[in-house]
Ligand binder design. Structure first.
Ligand SMILES: [Zn+2]
Length: 325
């Protein structure tokens, strides 16, 4: 892993944000082109990431808010996550063929079932798609609902997209794909099933959405205590570099600390709010500490987190009162 690669890649990420802002200025005319303009950024030897915008789903970004990766192994290509739509999957496949001409895609991992990570599955050979049983079950259970929602959020970008669950169930700690060994870590907390992949040759850890860097974590299916436990596991896991599901690549492990700090603050803040009897709207209006000001879409994600987590916390923390007449 070369520092120059990391710096180049961080620059590319920041440039992608600037492009995202410019696109918004052009508005609907740009959106009509429906071209994701994917670019491959080399983050380690024979390893590329395709950065998404540090935004929430919208008509301009077409759902491309996610980091996807591909790796050249001796006999082919390994892909980690497939993006938010069939159109994205097609663009990703074309980018892979352009970057690594003539090598077949041998394995496509899905880190979890959220639609921005697995709705490009359709374009890959079904026998290459793989994940844990939990991720596969979640895609089967929630994929259709996610598809409906994403059609509403990004519109035409989704045309022709249908959820496809991997057929290959992973349950071993490692597998060799095309002459390269990958480790699998079966964790949870961001969702009920989060698969983390490590390329044992380069030491790149593909954390999926267990880690975010300079982008606020999303919590629609979160179990925060479990998530923080998983972050502790990852902190102790050997690696040279982390590619978070969203945000910058992370040579030092900052993404694990930043995600844990933010989750700890959200959890503590909402518990205090419940104990003070605040309404959900009042909890949403609480100030976000300055140290999180640099996290992309933090205000939006905080409000979403309150809407996901508050009622559950009220149920757990507020005493039941038995009314007798
Ligand atoms: Zn996610």
């Amino acid at each position: 892993m070369m520092t120059a690669d990391v710096q180049k890649s961080r620059r590319a990420f920041l440039q992608s944000l600037a492009v995202g802002c410019a696109c918004c200025a052009y508005g609907p005319a740009h959106a009509r082109l429906l071209d994701y303009k994917l670019a491959a950024n080399e983050i380690a030897s024979d390893t590329w990431t395709v950065y998404g915008a540090s935004e929430y789903f919208n008509f301009d970004n077409g759902g491309n808010i996610v980091n996807v990766a591909f790796i050249e192994v001796p006999d082919g290509v390994v892909v980690v996550d497939t993006g938010p739509s069939r159109r994205y999957g097609e663009a990703l496949l074309a980018l892979i063929e352009k970057t690594i001409p003539g090598k077949p895609v041998l394995r496509v991992y899905n880190t979890h079932h959220h639609p921005d990570h697995c709705f490009g599955n359709q374009v890959f050979e079904s026998n290459t798609l793989a994940s844990s049983q939990g991720v596969i079950d979640n895609i089967k259970l929630e994929g259709d609902g996610f598809a409906d929602n994403l059609y509403r959020l990004v519109g035409d970008w989704m045309r022709g997209t249908a959820p496809v669950a991997p057929g290959k169930v992973l349950d071993a700690k490692t597998e060799v794909v095309g002459g390269r060994q990958f480790s699998h870590f079966y964790l949870s907390g961001h969702t009920s099933a989060d698969l983390v992949i490590r390329d044992d040759e380069t030491g790149v850890l593909f954390s999926g959405d267990l880690a975010f860097l300079y982008r606020a974590p999303t919590t629609p299916h979160a179990d925060i205590a479990q998530w923080r436990t998983s972050l502790g596991v990852l902190a102790k896991t050997d690696r040279d570099l982390i590619l978070p599901g969203h945000g910058l690549i992370d040579p030092k492990g900052e993404s694990l600390e930043q995600t844990d700090d933010y989750l700890s603050w959200v959890d503590g803040t909402l518990r205090d709010a419940v104990s003070q009897g605040l309404t959900m709207n009042e909890a949403m209006a609480l100030p976000i500490p300055r140290r999180f000001a640099g996290l992309g879409v933090v205000q939006t994600e905080y409000v979403r987190s309150v809407s996901h987590l508050y009622a559950r916390l009220e149920d757990n923390l507020m005493p039941l009162i038995e009314i007798t007449r």
